[in-house]
Structures are given as structure tokens and as C-alpha cells.
Design a protein. Structure first.
Length: 265
């Protein structure tokens, strides 16, 4: 497994968390730069999966109070790395056969809250981009899926929202388990639907799996529907939206006054 890093402090944090493991290799790379992404992907000898964890969060202003540069910055950090990774990796994933690409959207893409139009638009774009990848590469053997977490239970989030109900937040370990499943052959569709058929209550589409993971309403084992040939949307947790004016770090978001890049695997 290879993970990229851009900031030395982030590299040091990850190294501290995985001390003694020989399964993870950290590689410096700027996933907003095409040449850097191409170099990272080319340096992986047997590429079979990509998980894009890069993203950023900003909130607190209504649309009429938001500067165009600030709006575009949120779009850029959430959308550009996924595009560059797919652009560089898809030929390798197609050649590998049975490969996988996972992106991180957010619950807010489906359930918007006020004060974060740029972030919500960007995460809706991530979901649409994954669906576009599925349309282009599913028939070539690449499974393209998105996860949509709500607030993730991290120390930074707890510091920024000390009065929140942490029991409703998503533990990072649950996200890791969902990603692991989406990368495994077990997430592949079992059969194609009859021509022209519909399912899951969405006219004109095949069924999608919606996996809810979290302490509030986790589905019984084996109850998730499989969508033949369609992308899975993993809906993680039932946490509340961030309070207006606050920024939070959910291992994909950032705290304080700016956006922060996260690594991709």
C-alpha cells in the first residue's frame, strides 16, 4: 500500500500511527499537480486500486458573502486531485482487470446545510464524477464507488465541537472497513439486470447499494442490495451538520483558516 504526503507533519503523524508496519510506503506527491500525480502513479509497480482522500472544508458564509476565489478554492481542492488520479491511473486499472477506484464525497452533497455552498457543490461534484467514471469504466472492469460520511469522530472535530453528541459521529475505523470492502472483489456486482429493467425505486436506472455504517442505524449483515453494474454509495453515520461558522476536520476536512490537503492511497 502506498500513501502520498505533501506536508512533513502529516508524514510524521502517519509514520507514528503505523510504526512497525511494512505494508505501507509513504511517497511525497502533490496531487493537485499533473506531473506529480503521473510520477506517483507510474512508481507503483502493481496498481489495482486508488482511494482518493484529498479534500477540504470551509463554511460560515452565505453565497452573497463568499468571495469567488474562496469558492473556487474549495472546488479545486475537492475535485482536481480525483480527476488527476483517475486520468493517470485508469489505464493501469483497466489493464489490471477487476480494479477499484473510491472517492470521498459527503453526506452534505445529498443533505445540504446553510453556509457551505462551495463545499457542498464540490462534494456533489465528487459524487457526479464517480458516477461518470462508472459510466466510462465499469464495462472495462473498474469498480468506481463513493463514500458519503457525515461528521467523523476525530480529536480535531471534538475540539471544534465540544458540545456535540460524539456517539452520532462516524469512527474512522468504520470508514476504513467500508473502503476495504469497496476495494475487495466482494463488492463486485453479481449479475446484470435484464435489458430495460429498473430497480431500487429509481426509474430508468439499475439498483444502487446504499450502505449505512454507524452506531445509530447499521444495517443487518447481508441486507444491503447489490446494484448490478452500478456504483455504490456508502452513507456513513447519522451525525448532525456542523454549526454555522465552524470548520471541522473529519480526516478529510480542515480546521482553522484554510484548506488542507489529505493523502491518497
Amino acid at each position: 500500500m502506498i500513501a502520498t504526503w505533501l506536508v512533513e507533519g502529516e508524514r510524521d503523524r502517519v509514520q507514528g500511527e503505523v510504526t512497525g508496519s511494512n505494508r505501507l510506503r509513504l511517497v511525497q506527491g502533490d496531487l493537485s499537480d499533473p506531473a506529480s500525480v503521473d510520477k506517483v502513479v507510474a512508481g507503483i509497480p502493481a496498481l489495482r486500486a486508488v482511494v482518493n482522500l484529498v479534500g477540504g472544508f470551509a463554511a460560515g458564509r452565505k453565497v452573497h458573502e463568499t468571495e469567488p476565489d474562496a469558492f473556487e478554492a474549495v472546488l479545486r481542492i475537492n475535485l482536481r486531485p480525483g480527476f488527476l488520479l483517475a486520468r493517470a491511473a485508469m489505464p493501469r486499472l483497466v489493464a489490471a482487470g477487476g480494479a477499484a477506484f473510491v472517492g470521498v464525497s459527503a453526506r452534505a452533497a445529498l443533505q445540504p446545510f446553510p453556509g457551505a455552498a462551495g463545499y457542498i457543490t464540490a462534494k456533489a461534484g465528487v459524487l457526479a464524477f464517480i458516477q461518470a467514471l462508472d459510466a466510462e469504466y465499469a464495462d472495462l472492469g473498474v469498480r468506481c464507488n463513493a463514500i458519503l460520511p457525515s461528521t467523523i469522530d476525530t480529536p480535531a472535530n471534538r475540539r471544534s465541537q465540544p458540545a456535540a453528541d460524539f456517539s452520532r459521529w462516524v469512527p474512522p475505523e468504520q470508514i476504513a472497513e467500508v473502503v476495504r470492502f469497496l476495494l475487495s472483489p466482494a463488492s463486485a456486482p453479481s449479475a446484470a439486470p435484464p435489458s430495460g429493467s429498473t430497480a431500487a425505486g429509481e426509474p430508468g436506472t439499475a439498483a444502487r447499494t446504499r450502505i449505512r455504517v454507524g452506531p445509530q442505524r447499521a444495517p443487518p449483515a447481508g441486507t444491503a442490495r447489490r446494484g448490478p453494474g452500478r456504483p455504490r454509495r456508502a452513507l456513513l453515520g447519522e451525525g448532525p451538520r456542523p454549526p454555522a461558522g465552524q470548520r471541522c476536520d473529519d480526516r478529510e476536512h480542515s480546521t482553522g483558516g484554510g484548506l488542507r490537503r489529505r493523502p491518497a492511497i
